[in-house]
Each structure stands twice: as structure tokens, then as C-alpha cells.
Design a protein around this ligand. Sequence first.
Ligand code: G3H
Ligand code: 13P
Ligand code: ZN
Length: 303
Amino acid sequence: MLVSGNKLLQKAKKGGYAVGAFNTNNLEITKAIIAAAVEMDSPVFLQLSSGALKYGGFELAGMALAFAKKVPVPVAVHLDHGPSFELARECISFGFSSVMIDGSALPFRQNVSLTKKVVAAAHRKGVSVEAELGQLKGREDDVFAARHSYTDPAAAAEFVKLARCDSLAVAIGTSHGAYKFRGKPLIDLQRLSRIAGAVDVPLVLHGASSVHQSLVAAASRYGAKISNAKGVPESQIKRAVKLGVCKVNEDTDLRLAFTAAVRKFLHENPSAYDPREILGSAIEAMEEVAIRRIKVLGSEGKA
Ligand code: G3H
Ligand code: 13P
Ligand code: ZN
């Protein structure tokens, strides 16, 4: 069933667990995420970035909404890293139950006013709003940050008070993609704990893929060139959840599972040319990734 993001996150905050937010770009990824949520009896965020909407159009969002409405578990269909008021408004009108407005590259005051504008439009329709303060290194769709700029706890408290967002994404050392750390994979959990003490809305962790080395090895076996890929260890994700993170974003791990499975399938079936066989071969592997994450976050059985 389709539910607001806030409904999922308030329940998670009370229950001391987090909800997985998985990015989709096509039918197979959507099916895998939904199947994992149903099998685990877990709530889930099914999220589309502006890049996903450029790729698949609002038809892709329509498919996500159709799946969300059909299944017995609660699903929030969410805009990930919304780059503008206009796109957020389009998603709200289209029926998304949650949107992120990413003003993290803007100066503080401009981030507040953009977020406030989206909050006003969203709340009129019962749609929840995630905002971001602080920047993750790397590319977030059209926004590129060369360095991390970690979230300041006092600024986060001030931001939430002014912008009235429903949840807040924080920068504590994670980043998007498969190459998150050069050295030891460490995130700033002390800072997270201070942010959680200063802010009362549920916190969101982006760039949280674990980059499972088994997936990197499986993809590499069939020709992928992704050496030095490193993600956030699951032990640190668990600690982040204990400290107050209620939504955890995962995209890269699904992409790695997809790549590994399709490469293997094509290698083992050189005469295959049916896209349903080729792409369909990746669904189970992506479902396993989502199931593993749901278990780490503790949302199993919380539908
Ligand atoms: O924020 C990053 C997500 O992985 C979405 O990635 O912008 O390539 O769709 P994308
Ligand atoms: P990963 O690249 O670590 O999967 O992060 C995804 C994300 O944060 C989507 O918003
Ligand atoms: Zn993100």
C-alpha cells in the first residue's frame, strides 16, 4: 500500500529501526525491491532520482506507484535528491508520497527557503519532505561536490526549526557510488550522535551501500573493472541506526548485483538474446541485496 514517508519514519523512530530506501530505474529493479519488502514483511522506500525520471519518464514513476499500491506492505514512493521546486511539485502532483529537496549545495538561508517552499506545497497534499544539510563528496545527480562538508549539529537544529522538513539527510563521511573510502572505511558516528541529540526529526543516511566484496568479485570474474571499490561496513550502518538514523539509502549495491548477474548470464548463455531472460536473471540477486539490507536495518516484520 502507498503510504507517506513520514508515516514510515515516525514508526521507525519509535521502534528503533530504520527503513531501507532503494533506488529504481527499471522494471527489474522495482520488482526486486518490492519482492524483498513483501518477503521480509517490511516497509520500504521505492525511490527515483531526477536521473531515473530523465531515463524512464514519469511512466517509470507510474510503474513504481502501481507496485506500491498493489502490495500488502507499506511503500513510500519517493523523489531522491530533488534538484528543484518545480520537479518536487511535479512529483507531488503525480502522486509521490514523499519527496526530497536537495538544497545542500546552496548557502544555508537559500537551502532553508527552498525547503520551506517545498514543505508548504507537499504538506498541503499529505506528502512528506526530506531535506539535506551538509554535502556528500561526489555526484548527486546534477550537483557535484569535490569535498565532504560535514553537517554541523547546531546548524542542523536551526535548519529543521526554520524549514520544518519531516526528515533530514546528514553528511557524516559517506558518499555516493562504489568508491567511498581510500583507507579505512570510517564514518563520523560521534558527529551523528551529536546531530541526533540536537534534532528531533528522523535522520537519513545517503551513500550507505556496503559494496559487498562478493558482488565486486562476481562482477570482476566476468570482466567488470571495479577494483578498489569500498563501501560502508554493515557494522557501522547498524551503529548509525542505533544512534537515530531512520532511513538508509542503497543504490550502488543493487547496481553491482545487477551488473554481476547480467555479466554472468551473458557469459554462460552466449546465444541468449531475449531481454526478459537477460535482465530477468538479475532480479533474484538484487532481491537478495535488499533482503540483506532489511535485516541489517531491523525492519523485518515491521510492515
Ligand atoms: O544519489 C544517488 C543515487 O544513487 C541516484 O543515482 O543520480 O545516477 O540516478 P543517479
Ligand atoms: P549509494 O551510492 O551508497 O548506494 O547511495 C545511494 C543514495 O544515497 C541514493 O540517494
Ligand atoms: Zn543520495
